[in-house]
Design a protein around this ligand. Structure first.
Ligand code: KG4
Ligand code: ZN
Length: 378
């Protein structure tokens, strides 16, 4: 029971992914088919198109993941699949296929929470590196296109327990990156583009006050649940106001048109279309998001007497976020752990890794389980 080859399947948003992981600690394969080019022209993920693309991709993606691991399907010990949160139709494609595979192969089926998956991406890579267990209690920040959540995570024998101590009240941090990129006439997804552009701007050029980041409730008792909540919609509105008061609309429209004529525009194309004022605005926006994420997380870590930080999810790929956490957590005497960039964004290795403790405990899904678009963790 302690050694298991788990096939993970992930279809919660716009990536069709499959991977094989041995016992939550060795990634044998990881295949991610990104649908970005399908959704790019619409400036965001279109749920119906996502389901259709998952249907198209799921069989070849799973076949490749099993092949890359040097296995055949009957050699797999269990199938793990994302149950939620995510887009209901997209999740259903993965779940239905996973159920059919588990039934046909007579293997156990394991339902995994996508957010728990993001946490296990980091634990998997640490084990793979031969690292020690993360010092407990762990404070985990899951920061992605759909979530900005703080959890305390503790291992109790072979199971992990989570407590949600903070969340966004409106937009997720990744969503704010995506919306601001769209607002400024850059493509989708905005995070990786703004990350590159911010390197060329002055982060002190535009001052965003703390009132724009409404979740900052200084003065409350540290045990107060709401004390660690986030809010990014005020910041997005402040960027919009800056655009309007500085007359940037015309240049944004020109940029939008210019980039639309470039098939699969990359960050170099975006940079070529960005003036200094825009680069400064992007750098200042990113600085404001990063400062808020880092400071609130460190404040929560202190209140929870956390002994390590785990930062994960798509936004954990952000260069400035990584550098700032590294610097400030080190100053606070806390080790900080990130996933590699490949495992920061959605993938199935994290799902297969998160499934291993459930496999050991015989925590299998009932055949009638279904997608849960708003599945919570902790
Ligand atoms: O975890 P993920 O792949 O999907 C969700 O579960 O949401 O995260 C995708 C999000 C998008 O909003 C994307 O813009 C953001 O992560 N992202 C980044 C970076 N790379 C991806 N945000 C900031 N900087 C990045 N380098
Ligand atoms: Zn995700």
């Amino acid at each position: 029971m302690d050694d298991a080859l788990i096939l993970g399947i992930e279809t919660s948003c716009d990536e069709t992914a499959a991977a094989v992981v041995r016992s939550g600690e060795q990634m044998l394969s990881s295949v991610v088919y990104s649908q970005i080019s399908t959704h790019q022209v619409y400036g965001g993920v279109v749920p119906e198109l996502a389901s259709r693309e998952h249907l198209r991709a799921i069989v070849p993606v799973v076949r490749k993941a099993v092949g890359d691991a040097g296995l055949s399907l009957p050699e797999v010990d269990a199938i793990a699949v994302t149950q939620g949160p995510g887009l209901a139709g997209a999740l259903l494609v993965g779940i239905t296929y996973a159920k059919a595979l588990a039934f046909a192969l007579e293997k156990p089926l394991i339902a995994v929470n996508h957010l728990e998956g993001h946490i296990h991406a980091v634990l998997l890579e640490e084990k793979q590196r031969g690292g020690e267990e993360l010092p407990a209690p762990v404070l985990a920040l899951v920061v992605s296109g759909g979530h900005t959540h703080l959890y305390t995570a503790e291992r109790k024998q072979s199971t992990w327990q989570y407590r949600n101590i903070g969340r966004t009240r409106d937009d997720a941090a990744g969503e704010a990156f995506d919306k601001v990129a769209k607002l400024l006439g850059f493509g989708y997804p905005g995070g990786p583009i703004l990350d590159e552009l911010a390197k060329h701007g002055d982060p002190r050029a535009v001052r965003f006050g703390s009132s724009q980041i409404k979740g900052d409730h200084r003065g409350r008792a540290p045990e107060d649940q709401t004390d660690f909540d986030f809010s990014f919609s005020g910041l997005k509105t402040a960027v919009l106001r800056h655009v309007q008061t500085h007359g940037l609309q015309d240049s944004i429209e020109q940029r939008r048109k210019a980039l639309m004529s470039v098939p699969h525009a990359k960050s170099e194309d975006c940079l070529a279309q960005a003036d200094k004022q825009t680069l400064d605005l992007v750098a200042s926006f990113q600085r404001a998001v990063v400062q808020d994420l880092v400071h609130k997380t460190l404040r929560a870590a202190e209140a929870m007497t956390a002994r390590s930080l785990l930062i994960t999810g798509g936004v954990a790929a952000n260069s400035e976020l990584r550098e700032t956490f590294q610097q400030e957590a080190t100053e606070a005497g806390l080790p900080v752990y990130f996933p590699s960039r490949a495992l920061a964004t959605d993938n199935a290795a994290m799902i297969a890794a998160a499934a291993f403790p459930k496999f050991v405990n015989g925590d299998f899904a009932v055949p009638e389980f279904s997608a849960e678009a708003s599945l919570a963790l902790g």
